[in-house]
Each structure stands twice: as structure tokens, then as C-alpha cells.
Design a protein. Structure first.
Ligand SMILES: [Zn+2]
Ligand SMILES: [Zn+2]
Length: 249
């Protein structure tokens, strides 16, 4: 799939009905196959997401695994990865996908999301409130940004994660500090086509630290699987080369 001069070969961030997407695993695989992708990942939200956005419990990944295996048989021409979009649930970088399960998944994405069951609950609640009040009134913004940054940086350093989803989306972070951690561990920074979370300037800050990038759709419907145009155009505007993007050939 050619977009903005890049050949996109994979979409590693898609949701199904197991979290808050609309289609099934097979629907997403079928859509990716139709778009000519070589690989697609099923990355439903971890169980700490509030308001039924995430999987109901970790056992959902057993069911998803079975559906991924069935989809592999139906579409042998495309690589299907079993994954998750984990939530950061503590400032020391703990995820709602435990390490034992991370080891069993083909790909682990990690994102900072505002509506999550944090641990410990009270400290987490102060961060949730801080993010809202900080964004709204500018109050304590720097302090909140530092706490968000340490949570996501620790998550990258102490887990087996392949990419950080939508860095900076709704929760301010220090892009340079995150990019350094990503460059160190080989974790990619996502450019998400579904959310306005970054800019040419931030991409250039991150690339100077040696971080690599991932273009993804964050599709919540099968029709959007592989739809990464917005992300590709931004990458092009920032002058990113093929070597700097993990799902481009
Ligand atoms: Zn997300
Ligand atoms: Zn997502």
C-alpha cells in the first residue's frame, strides 16, 4: 500500500469487539488482506480501562488467540499477530498486561489513557484529576507532565513493549525523555492516524534522540484497518526516512 511515498506493509494497531471495536478478529484480518498488507495485529485494550473500553478480563486473550489461529488458517497469505494495547497503571510503569502474558503475545503496545484503574488508587486519582485540571486551567501542568512522563518511560523500560501508542494524546509528556527510553530499548513511537497527538516538531525532537516510529490506524471498525494516510503525511512532512519507520518498506 503506497501512501505519501512510503510502502506500508503492516497495521499493528487495530481493535475488535473484544474491547471497544466493532468488528471481529476475522473482519480485521480480511480488511487488512484486502488492502494488500503483509501483516496485521489485533491489539485490544487491557482490562484496566474504565467504562467497558477494555477486555473484561485477561482470559479474553485466550479467546482472541483462538480467533487469531482461525483467521490464520483462513488467510494464510497475511501474518496475523496476537497483541494488546496495554494500559500503564502505575507511575513506576506497571501494565495491566502482566509480564507472563506479555511473553505470550506477538506484540505489546502500551499507551497512557486518561480513564484507567490506577494503582495505588488514590495516587492514580490525583494524576487523573491533575491531567484534567492541568489541561483546563494550566494549574500544576509541569508537575503533571513529569508524572505522566515517568509513568510511560518506566513502562517502556521495565516491560516487553514494542510501541508506545499515541504519545502525548490528551496527557502531556516530555517527548524527548520518552524518545530516549525508546531509542534505548528499541520500542517504536506511534504516529496514530486516528488521534491528533503529535506534530512535525515533536517527531523531529524524537528522531534526534534516535527513536523509530510506527504508522498505525488504531482502527475501531474493519473499514479503517490500514487507514494510516494522516500518519504517513505527517511522517513525510517531518522528513522521516523508510529506515526510521518500522512498518514501511
Ligand atoms: Zn489508545
Ligand atoms: Zn487503540
Amino acid at each position: 500500500m503506497q501512501i505519501a511515498g512510503y510502502t506500508i506493509v503492516a497495521d499493528y494497531h487495530t481493535h475488535t469487539r473484544h474491547s471497544h471495536g466493532r468488528g471481529s478478529v476475522v473482519d480485521n484480518v480480511e480488511a487488512a488482506h484486502r488492502r494488500g498488507l503483509h501483516a496485521v495485529a489485533i491489539t485490544d485494550h487491557g482490562p484496566a480501562s474504565l467504562f467497558h473500553i477494555g477486555v473484561p478480563s485477561l482470559s479474553a486473550f485466550d479467546v482472541i488467540r483462538q480467533e487469531v489461529n482461525a483467521a490464520r488458517k483462513m488467510y494464510p497469505g497475511i501474518e496475523v499477530l496476537l497483541g494488546a494495547e496495554a494500559n500503564v497503571i502505575s507511575e513506576d510503569g506497571q501494565l495491566d498486561i502482566p509480564l507472563e502474558l506479555q511473553e505470550k503475545l506477538d506484540i505489546v503496545l502500551v499507551g497512557l489513557h486518561p480513564w484507567v484503574r490506577w494503582r495505588p488508587a488514590l495516587k492514580g486519582a490525583s494524576l487523573v484529576v491533575g491531567n484534567f485540571v492541568g489541561a483546563w486551567a494550566g494549574w500544576g501542568r509541569r508537575h503533571v507532565r513529569e508524572r505522566n512522563t515517568s509513568a510511560i518511560v518506566n513502562a517502556v523500560l521495565y516491560n516487553r513493549v514494542h510501541a508506545v501508542t499515541h504519545p502525548g494524546y490528551r496527557l502531556p509528556i516530555d517527548t524527548r525523555a520518552l524518545a530516549r527510553a525508546c531509542a534505548l530499548t528499541g520500542c517504536a513511537m506511534e504516529i496514530n492516524a486516528g488521534h491528533d497527538h503529535t506534530s512535525v516538531e515533536y517527531l523531529q525532537v524524537a528522531r534526534r534522540e534516535g527513536a523509530r516510529f510506527l504508522l498505525s490506524s488504531d482502527a475501531h471498525t474493519p473499514g479503517r484497518v490500514g487507514e494510516v494516510s494522516k500518519a504517513a503525511l505527517l511522517a513525510r512532512a517531518a522528513g522521516l526516512t523508510r529506515r526510521e519507520i518500522v512498518n514501511v518498506r
